[in-house]
Ligand binder design. Sequence first.
Ligand code: PAF
Length: 298
Amino acid sequence: MHIVRTVQAMRHEHEQWTGSVGLVPTMGYLHRGHLSLVEHARAENEHVVVSIFVNPTQFGQHEDLASYPRDIEHDLQLLSKLGVDVVFLPTVDEMYPSGFTTYVTPEGPLVEQGEGAIRPGHFRGVATVVLKLFLIIQPQRVYFGQKDAQQVVVIRRMIEDLNLPITMQTLPTIREADGLAMSSRNSYLTSIERARAPVLYRALSAAMDTFDPQHPANAQDIIQAAREIVDSMPDIRLEYIEIRDYNTFLPLQTLRPPALLLIAVRIGKTRLIDNFVLHTDGRWDTGLIGDQLSHANP
Ligand code: PAF
């Protein structure tokens, strides 16, 4: 496994390759959700690149850039066991050299609501770094987790809007045994907060259980079922529970597929997000429990 720190060295690696390249973009502090993306990339491509870069442009001024968890040695150990060819590990200066001026700015309802409303500028930072990674690494396939549902929609749109010759694979959220979606930010939770954190999964499950495909309900009734679960827990601040169209991200008055059921809460200082997907065939994608997966426990 090669560790590559510069754009030039990455281009050099690429020149040696024939066959498809799969890219898994990450900010590191890898968990089983990331490893599941890497496993899929490994199974589907001749060459696999994982990028690890804590991207400053997607963090707001008062967000957790400085404290974002990092453990590169452990990440590299995990990736080397999965047969990754290259870990792209650039510095901030390599990605944003002095004088950097050009950003990708998604616009419209897709980025003005949900995470975009709470984290202004977040998707500009995400789209900019992701497009840069695509251009530097030149993958045919890219792998993202469903947990960041709005990010998935934004990047899917960017690929389409800019005619990028890339196939995007979105893979299910990987969960702890009690339903908590795996996230690098779970490491911020105290033990009491951690015990409360499955509330997101329980709230989404309560909302899902009210859904009857024969009698699609008013979105507000479904949201109310989820809200009651959150309200029953102490010290959890609900930011939003929403039902949105899976493709456009526009709010739905009635839950009908394809749809996203989305939730964001604050537990202490930690922000957590989660979602379930309602597919057109009426199937719900609620994610997978990590213990049932094959790879080593990180
Ligand atoms: O999902 C993430 O970890 C980040 O938003 C990404 C896609 C790696 C861009 O920095």
